[in-house]
Design a protein around this ligand. Structure first.
Ligand code: ADP
Length: 328
């Protein structure tokens, strides 16, 4: 569990979040690649000790679920917390599926079929949904933790095809020390959360059903390759939040996904939290039941998606996007 900076060899940056950067590092004594998140924090020793204690609990727990990113250890240095976790070598889902159907990358020498985005097959979507719900249920049942920040950026995937959650509020003290501002304009907040913030009431306790909403929204985003309330239509944050509260919820495109899949997502996105599905309902639903025991070539799909993503990054500027925006 104890990791110190001297044992780490810094590799490239993996991404940037609200609180700092995430870098790939090699833990030299064990030869294990890790992802290290740097969080800037000014804290006294008592608080630091409490955070370490809470993180130790997480460390033990994270080994028990294959649906949450394993925590390897943390250390403090010069007003920063360095949080080391399992390196997920295909990155986060938002960047992996951030394409519209028939999006093409003309890569010289590669046949067009391979370089045309064919979307996320239903079986892959079901496995992703199942993993997310199982991860969230584990956090709740075993750690009494509610995630509170479910979104595709916090769903990581690796080349073995495993889907895992990261960035859950495991350390109460660490969470309290971070100013929780909703940076970025894409909200995954459930309508009841937006309402209560807007009306300035004393916040009702955050419940798992608010996370269920975020799961539904994330699954649609993963399926269609973009945030379901598009910025072209909802041109500012207020318009977007208003739509979440007042409009009919978005749906999975029924021309590409089965009725069962669409129904599962619809049950996550019921606007009234008391009528929204719970984790047990979601896991018992045919969409997830069909996934149990089904052979899904997740690794093959991840490899293909990574080739597309990486080609897009390298050749993206020259590409043409052919599809019209998908209606939701
Ligand atoms: P945010 O604060 O927006 O939730 P993070 O700081 O958690 O974002 O992560 C920023 C980016 O770093 C992610 O989008 C992801 O691409 C990458 N990343 C985070 N954790 C890992 C990990 N364990 N393995 C690989 N990449 C990661």
């Amino acid at each position: 569990f104890s990791i110190n900076s001297g044992e780490l060899e810094l590799h490239e940056e993996l991404g940037r979040g609200n609180y700092g950067t995430v870098k790939k590092v090699l833990h030299k004594p064990t030869n294990v690649l890790m992802a290290m998140k740097e969080i800037r924090l000014e804290l006294d020793q008592a608080r630091l000790n409490q955070i370490i204690m809470e993180l130790e609990i997480l460390h033990k727990a994270s080994e028990k679920s294959e649906y949450i990113v394993e925590f390897h250890g943390a250390f403090f240095s010069e007003s920063c917390v360095y949080y080391c976790m399992e390196y997920m070598d295909a990155g986060s889902l938002d960047k992996l599926v951030n394409f519209t159907l028939d999006d093409v990358v003309p890569v010289p020498g590669v046949d067009e079929e391979e370089m045309t985005w064919t979307g996320v097959p239903e079986e892959v979507l079901a496995r992703t949904a199942s993993s997310m719900v199982k991860g969230l249920k584990f956090l709740k049942d075993e750690l009494e933790v509610i995630h509170r920040d479910v979104k595709p950026t916090n769903v990581l995937i690796n080349t073995r095809g495993q889907v895992k959650l990261c960035d859950f509020g495991v350390s109460g003290q660490l969470e309290k020390s971070l100013a929780k501002t909703n940076i970025g304009c894409q909200s995954y907040m459930a309508p009841e959360r937006i309402r209560s913030e807007h009306e300035g009431q004393s916040q009702p306790a955050y419940t798992v059903s608010s996370d269920v909403w975020s799961v539904g929204l994330s699954i649609i985003e993963i399926a269609i390759g973009r945030y379901p309330y598009p910025p072209e239509v909802y041109t500012n944050a207020l318009a977007q939040l208003t739509a979440i509260v007042l409009d009919d919820p978005p749906r999975l495109p029924d021309d590409r996904y089965s009725e069962v899949a669409c129904d599962w997502v619809a049950k996550c996105l019921i606007k009234s939290p008391s009528e929204r599905a719970g984790y047990a309902d979601l896991l018992a639903h045919d969409f997830i039941q069909a996934d149990e025991g089904r052979e899904v070539d997740m690794a093959g799909w991840v490899a293909k998606a990574m080739r597309f993503r990486d080609a897009k990054q390298a050749f993206g500027k020259a590409s043409k996007v052919m599809s019209a925006p998908t209606a939701v």
